[in-house]
Design a protein around this ligand. Structure first.
Ligand SMILES: NC(=O)c1ccc[n+]([C@@H]2O[C@H](COP(=O)([O-])OP(=O)(O)OC[C@H]3O[C@@H](n4cnc5c(N)ncnc54)[C@H](OP(=O)(O)O)[C@@H]3O)[C@@H](O)[C@H]2O)c1
Length: 320
């Protein structure tokens, strides 16, 4: 199957509609003990399958594997994305922030691990609403300096979808128009970015990277049942509209949809405003399946309508 390439907003870069996510719960299989070399094999496989968008981060500890995997490939044909937290404790609490010098050291260390002298995209990683002012006022000017020096082509920002399920940070950041690309959580259990984020990214021609398309909450019936039970408890969805034991059974009953995972990736891919769908896996077989899902046609109109009816107003699930 031939890869599709999409324009990543105002970066004007043509990138694969499927992005290799090197973090998440799998970290290219390294979370389950895969070696750097095995993880690098997955990167090579992804490139062979037409993926040119690769997303990693200092904290994922997969940059070295990505560096190994891209060795020997034409660097100019790849679009590498990496990131640094804004604070030393990540996004978990109100952490001590990185100074500009520490932030720069993180960037230099990423370049070294990736074995490259520039990245296409550098993000302020997992920024909470509370951290946004510091990120913009103190760290963004530092990042601009690196942009001028040619170490970073474009600047991005990623939200902490686990806590910021209704996108407070991105709703505040996007109108300020500082970022070329944003990474946003979007999935069929929480499509709220449709109302609050994509109208702004489309208005400002900002590229979008979709994370949490599947995550845990959609990767098996049991996990989905739990995630949906929470939505019912919070009165965000009407239990009369679903089978609580197997909430997405109707997707698998739809002709041409093999699994809820396939449906979850297809759901994201065809959303107006969604550019790159990240898939995070440690398995070559899953990667191939997921590419086929992301490249498959949009879900049937009646299925989309049903999903909208059930989950259209939900905004508290991340599917983490
Ligand atoms: N704030 C941030 O900046 C942030 C946060 C989260 C994620 N991200 C980025 O987004 C990327 C995507 O991460 P995600 O967690 O959102 O990924 P995802 O693609 O939504 O979910 C991946 C999970 O589903 C499983 N899976 C994938 N394909 C499968 C298949 N065909 N069959 C069964 N299980 C399957 C994976 O396990 P297997 O390994 O078994 O396939 C993994 O546990 C990350 O790698 C990272 O680059 C960024």
């Amino acid at each position: 199957m031939d890869m599709d390439y999409v324009r990543l907003g105002r970066t004007d870069a043509m990138v694969s509609a499927v992005g290799l996510g090197c973090g998440g719960h799998s970290r290219l299989g390294m979370a389950r003990g895969a070696s750097n070399e095995e993880a690098a094999d997955l990167v090579r496989r992804a490139i062979d399958l037409g993926i040119n968008f690769i997303d990693t981060a200092l904290v994922y500890r997969t940059e070295e594997a990505v560096g190994l995997g891209i060795k020997g490939h034409d660097r100019s044909k790849l679009f590498l994305s990496t990131k640094s937290w804004v604070g030393k404790g990540g996004a978990e609490s109100s952490p001590e922030p990185f100074t500009p010098a520490e932030f720069t050291a993180n960037l230099e260390s990423s370049l070294q691990r990736l074995g490259t002298d520039y990245v296409d995209l550098f993000h302020l990683h997992g920024v909470s609403h509370d951290q946004l002012d510091y990120a913009r006022e103190v760290l963004l000017p530092e990042l601009r300096r690196h942009q001028e020096a040619g170490k970073v082509r474009f600047v991005g920002i990623t939200e902490v979808f686990r806590y910021d399920t209704d996108h407070r940070m991105l709703q505040a950041a996007l109108p300020l128009n500082d970022f070329d690309v944003v990474m946003v959580g979007f999935n069929l259990l929480n499509p709220s970015a449709r109302k609050t984020v994509f109208p702004l990214t489309l208005q400002h021609d900002v590229g979008t990277l979709i994370m949490f398309a599947v995550r845990r909450g959609l990767n098996g019936v049991e996990n989905t049942r739990e995630a949906v039970a929470e939505l019912i408890d919070k009165q965000e969805i009407d239990p009369a509209l679903i089978n609580p034991d197997d909430p997405l059974d109707f997707l698998r009953a739809t002709l041409g949809i093999k699994s809820q995972i396939e449906a979850a990736y297809r759901f994201c891919r065809h959303e107006p405003g969604a550019h790159v769908i990240l898939t995070g896996t440690g398995s070559a077989a899953h990667l191939e399946e997921n590419i086929a899902s992301i490249l498959a046609p949009r879900l049937p109109a009646e299925t989309q309508e049903k999903l909208k009816l059930i989950f259209g107003e939900a905004s508290s699930a991340s599917a983490n």
